[in-house]
Design a protein around this ligand. Structure first.
Ligand SMILES: NC(=O)c1ccc[n+]([C@@H]2O[C@H](COP(=O)([O-])OP(=O)(O)OC[C@H]3O[C@@H](n4cnc5c(N)ncnc54)[C@H](OP(=O)(O)O)[C@@H]3O)[C@@H](O)[C@H]2O)c1
Length: 205
């Protein structure tokens, strides 16, 4: 299939990387802690590799799987190494008590990432309306996404489909802020009886 790169070595990096490897992609893990990157690549197996943090990623799709407070800095740190890449922002920028967002309309994490990304890079928000455990379960659930340009969104849709997910295109990059609110809503539903084994969907009956 394709080669995808994941920046980060936490829960979501593990869930996305494992699912991608299981569905035939070559996975590259890049993390500021190289020992953690190595450990995750070994856990994922299936030929997963470790890339140098800050070097040009091997994959055309680069999933930025870090905490929201660090995501823009990560893009800044990589700089030109991300030219031409599709950057997938998975962050949920919740405020301290998860009663609202730390971002505002027009300044979603995705839009802030796009503002510092190099020429030819396109940011797409995805994976923030699903819990890591649901992704890991490898079920065919809906996956909402939105981002910068039809070409980048279609590349992400193809990637999601290859993982056995149902891509649900919410539109251009300005919809990323709505997805951030949707991520908060997912947590609200989970905490109010829905449980943490759910994902937001846009399904037909
Ligand atoms: N967990 C979920 O179910 C879920 C669902 C949807 C979306 N998300 C979003 O996915 C993202 C990752 O969540 P997670 O659950 O995987 O978190 P996690 O397990 O805590 O892992 C966070 C990762 O981010 C890295 N990181 C944090 N700050 C960084 C910085 N300034 N520069 C570089 N790397 C940095 C950490 O590196 P170190 O190990 O070096 O600290 C670690 O690899 C978050 O933005 C979260 O909102 C999570």
């Amino acid at each position: 299939m394709t080669s995808i790169s994941i920046i980060g070595s936490g829960n979501m990096a593990a869930a996305i990387g494992t699912r991608a490897a299981r569905h035939g992609h070559t996975v590259e893990i890049m993390a500021r802690d190289s020992a953690r990157a190595q450990a995750l690549a070994e856990q994922i197996g299936n030929g997963a590799t470790v890339g140098s943090y800050g070097a040009r990623p091997a994959g055309d799709i680069v999933v930025v799987a870090v905490l929201f407070a660090g995501a823009v800095d990560v893009v800044r740190h990589y700089g030109e190494a991300l030219a031409g890449k599709v950057l997938v922002d998975i962050t949920n920028p919740f405020n301290a008590d998860a009663s609202g967002l730390a971002t505002t309309a027009g300044h979603s994490v995705s839009e802030q990432m796009a503002a510092v990304a190099p020429e030819g890079a396109h940011v797409v928000k995805a994976f923030n309306t699903i819990f890591g455990g649901v992704l890991a379960a490898d079920e065919p659930v809906d996956l909402l996404f939105a981002g910068d340009g039809a070409e980048a969104r279609s590349a992400v849709a193809a990637f999601l489909e290859s993982l056995g997910l149902r891509p649900r295109d919410a539109g251009e990059l300005d919809m990323a802020h709505a997805l951030e609110w949707a991520g908060l809503m997912l947590v609200g539903v989970a905490r109010n009886g829905g449980g943490f084994d759910i994902a937001l969907g846009a399904g037909t009956p």
